[in-house]
Design a protein around this ligand. Sequence first.
Ligand SMILES: [Zn+2]
Length: 247
Amino acid sequence: MTGPGPYDPFHNSVPSASPYCDSVGAYLLGVLDDADATRFEFHLADCDACGAELDSLSGLGPLLAEYAAGVADPMASPSPDLLERLMREVSEERARKRRKRFVLVAAAAALIIGGPVIAASVSSSGSPSGSGSTVSAATPSAAAVARAADVASGAVAVVSMVDKGWGTDVSLTLRGAKGPQKCYLVAVSKDGEQETVSTWSVPAAGYGVPGHPDPLVVEGGTGFARKDIAHFEVRTSTGTTLVTVDT
Ligand SMILES: [Zn+2]
């Protein structure tokens, strides 16, 4: 006899009822612990609803990645309703799991609330013409987010892309990277051309692994326009592909 037992993300027959579907905001803001973040990313690979949610929040990913790296860009502030939704999700996550990693949340919230884009939208909302509130200034930057998890290698990658005049600005967040090894991120165009976006060395401790939970965050760029990119590959210097991220 089976009652409603503890939630098991790997044997969940009702995807829409997954608690992980409420965790997108918490994930983006970094309040999930590392085991949960990894489980969420695997869930994400199979859940269209969470994928769409993450895409809708994509303007925030690069902001948080930059904040985590200590180079916050206040110009990337999301809209107020987005902030409200994220904060609600985070508080629900907190209430459910009592996680304690609040420092990044508080810092991100301060950054978001204090952002110049929010300030601009607040002042423009006082328009006397009334009912229709136009806050187009608060639209997040047009970042696209793609993600993938490779069960064989254990690597989980999230790639944010922003169109630029010169090509595409690329931000990679990588978990499950074992060390020591050298890796690089390659952009592959729809024509089959390849460009190296960034290279890095994974220390022996690894990134986003037990004992060293912090993910790797690297920034780079490619001359390909975003629409011309077919996929990204994270490869090791020995030629192994750790994970392929379709765009
Ligand atoms: Zn989901």
